[in-house]
Design a protein around this ligand. Structure first.
Ligand SMILES: [Zn+2]
Length: 516
C-alpha cells in the first residue's frame, strides 16, 4: 500500500479527535515505547539489590541507597534531595557463620537477626538446649539457671518442612488431614507451655539473657521450601540467630535424643551509635499548577535477611523508572510530580508519616498519590480508598492505559480507606487521595516478604515493566487533568459493635528516634 495514502488517513483521523486526546495518545505511546525499548529497570535492580544490598533503617547501606537514588535522579535531569526527619540506632551487619561442632561437624544455614549484638571473631561455642515442658512459673524459674552458658532454642520444631500446597498435591487426603491435626495440637501445646512459663516471646528472651544464656537460637519458618523470615533481635548483649527449618529441626531432634549438640556461632556486627534517617524526594516542577502535587510513592527501606527485592525494591524501581520516563517525555507537567522513596516503613510507616507531618502544604494539595509495595507482580487491584468520586477520575485516567495492562486490574469504588499496611495510608488518613496499586502475589507472603529469599532472581521484569508503564501513564493523566480531583469522603457504614458510624482512620505519628 502506498505510504502517502496511509499517512493521509492518519492525519484525517487525528484532526477529527479533540486536541487533548490526540496529545494523550501520542504521549502514552511514547511512554510504552520508552519503557519497553529503553528500560533502566534491570540496571536499577542490579545496582540496588546486588551492589547496595538490603536497606535496614540506620545502616550504612540505607544511607548508600539514598545517595545512589539522588545521583540517579540528577543524572536524569531531575532535582532530588535526602530530607532528614529523625534518627535511628545505627548498626551494620557483619559475617554470620554457624557450625555444629559436636557430635559431628556441619555448617548450618543461619542468619543473625537485625541489630544482634556482635560476637568476637572466634565466636561463641556452647551446647544447645530446648525449652522445658512445665506446669507452672515456679517450675520454669527452677529450670532457668540451667541455661547459663548455653544456646537456647526458642522456636517450635515444625511438624513438616513441606509447604501445604505440596502436601495437598501428593499426600492422601487422610494423611494431609492427619498432619494438619497433629500440627494444630503441637501449636496448642506449645502455646499452653508458654503460658505455663509465664512469658511471651519477648519477655522469655529477656529472662534467658538475664539468666546467662550464651545466645538465642530462633527459627521463623515462612511455610515454603528453604524460606525463613528474618526480623530483629531482642537481645542486648548475646547474639540472636535464625537457623533455617531443615537444620533447626535436626538440631532439635538431636537435643531431644540426648546427643548434646554444640554450636559455634560467629555473628559479627558493628554498633555505630546513632544515624540520621531520610526520605529521598525527587521533583519535576509543575508549569501551570506547581502548588498541586502528584506523588509516586514507594518505601525504600527493607528488612535484611534477603536484599529486599520484592519488598520493596520493585516498588522503588517502578517509581524511579516512571520518573525517568516522565522527565524525558513530558518535562513540563501541568502539576508538580514528586517521587517519595520513604525511610523506615517497616518499623511503622515512619518516613511517609514524617513527610506528611512536615509538609502540610503538599498533603493538602494532592491530586493523587500512587503507592506500590506488595511485590513484583503486575497491578491487579485498585481501590477508591473511600473517596466518593474516585470512580470519576481514576476511571478517566485508567482509560488512557493500554488494554493489555488495564484489563488485569480489578477496581473497587468507592472502596474503603486504609488505616495502615503501607505508605498510601499516611496520606489517606490525612484526607489526601492516595491509592495502593496492589500486585499479583507470586507467592509474596510465604516466599519473599521479609524472608531470606527476597532477592533479585524473584523479580519478574515483564510485570515490573508493565507497572512502570501504568504508573507513568497514571501520573501523566493526573498531572495534566483539566480538573483538580474531589476529596469528598464517603460516609462510612455503621459499626456493628457500637451502633455508631465508623470513623475515618487516624494518622500515625512518625517515630523520629527509633531503635535506642
Ligand atoms: Zn513493604
Amino acid at each position: 500500500m502506498n505510504r502517502r495514502i496511509v499517512l493521509g488517513c492518519a492525519m484525517f483521523l487525528f484532526t477529527a479527535t479533540p486536541f487533548f486526546a490526540q496529545d494523550t495518545s501520542s504521549v502514552v505511546d511514547a511512554i510504552v515505547k520508552e519503557v519497553n525499548e529503553n528500560s533502566n529497570l534491570e540496571a536499577l535492580g542490579h545496582e540496588l539489590m546486588d551492589d547496595i544490598g538490603p536497606r535496614l533503617v540506620g545502616t550504612p547501606q540505607m544511607q548508600q541507597a539514598h545517595d545512589w537514588a539522588v545521583k540517579k535522579f540528577n543524572a536524569w535531569g531531575i532535582s532530588a534531595e535526602n530530607q532528614e526527619y529523625g534518627t535511628w540506632k545505627a548498626w551494620e551487619r557483619g559475617i554470620t557463620h554457624v557450625d555444629m561442632v559436636y557430635p559431628r561437624v556441619q555448617s548450618l544455614s543461619a542468619t543473625q537477626l537485625a541489630w544482634s549484638p556482635s560476637t568476637s571473631k572466634k565466636g561463641v561455642t556452647a551446647e544447645l538446649v530446648t525449652l522445658p515442658n512445665v506446669n507452672n512459673e515456679e517450675e520454669f524459674k527452677k529450670w532457668l539457671p540451667s541455661v547459663k552458658g548455653k544456646f537456647v532454642m526458642i522456636a517450635r520444631n515444625e511438624a513438616t518442612g513441606r509447604p501445604d500446597d505440596n502436601w495437598k498435591e501428593y499426600a492422601t487426603p487422610a494423611s494431609f488431614e492427619k498432619m494438619k491435626q497433629e500440627r494444630t495440637e503441637q501449636i496448642q501445646a506449645w502455646n499452653e507451655n508458654m503460658k505455663n512459663m509465664g512469658h511471651n516471646k519477648r519477655s522469655l528472651i529477656e529472662a534467658l539473657e538475664n539468666a546467662g544464656a550464651a545466645g538465642i537460637v530462633d527459627s521463623y519458618w515462612s511455610k515454603g521450601f528453604g524460606v525463613n523470615k528474618i526480623f530483629g533481635a531482642g537481645t542486648k548483649k548475646i547474639p540472636t540467630v535464625d537457623i533455617e527449618l531443615e537444620h533447626y529441626g535436626m538440631l532439635y531432634r538431636m537435643v531431644e535424643h540426648g546427643d548434646k549438640p554444640q554450636l559455634n556461632i560467629v555473628a559479627r556486627s558493628k554498633d555505630l551509635g546513632v544515624a540520621p534517617t531520610y526520605n529521598t524526594v525527587a521533583e519535576i516542577k509543575g508549569s501551570e499548577k506547581p502548588e498541586e502535587y502528584v506523588i509516586l510513592s514507594a518505601h525504600f527501606d527493607s528488612w535484611d535477611g534477603g536484599t529486599g527485592a520484592t519488598d520493596n525494591g520493585t516498588g522503588v524501581m517502578v517509581m524511579m523508572e516512571a520518573m525517568r520516563v516522565l522527565k524525558k517525555l513530558n518535562p513540563n507537567p501541568k502539576r508538580t510530580i514528586i517521587a517519595g522513596l520513604w525511610g523506615s516503613e517497616e518499623q511503622g510507616l515512619n518516613g511517609s508519616s514524617a513527610f506528611a507531618e512536615d509538609h502540610p502544604e503538599i498533603v493538602n494539595n494532592i491530586q493523587a498519590v500512587f503507592n506500590q509495595d506488595n511485590g513484583t507482580g503486575r497491578v491487579v487491584r485498585i481501590n477508591g480508598q473511600g473517596f466518593l468520586h474516585s470512580y470519576d477520575f481514576l476511571s478517566r485516567w485508567l482509560s488512557a492505559v493500554p488494554n493489555d495492562i488495564r484489563k488485569e486490574i480489578e477496581t473497587t469504588f468507592p472502596g474503603r480507606p486504609s488505616s495502615g499496611g503501607s505508605d498510601h495510608s499516611s496520606f489517606v488518613t490525612r484526607g489526601a487521595p492516595a491509592f495502593m496499586l496492589s500486585s499479583l502475589s507470586w507467592d509474596y507472603w510465604n516466599y519473599t516478604w521479609h524472608t531470606n529469599r527476597d532477592t533479585y532472581d524473584k523479580i519478574v521484569f515483564d510485570d515490573v515493566r508493565s507497572n512502570a508503564i501504568l504508573v507513568a501513564i497514571m501520573a501523566y493523566m493526573a498531572s495534566e487533568d483539566e480538573q483538580s480531583v474531589s476529596k469528598e469522603r464517603i460516609v462510612l457504614p455503621i459499626d456493628q459493635n457500637t451502633g455508631k458510624p465508623q470513623e475515618w482512620p487516624t494518622p500515625r505519628t512518625a517515630e523520629r528516634k527509633g531503635g535506642m
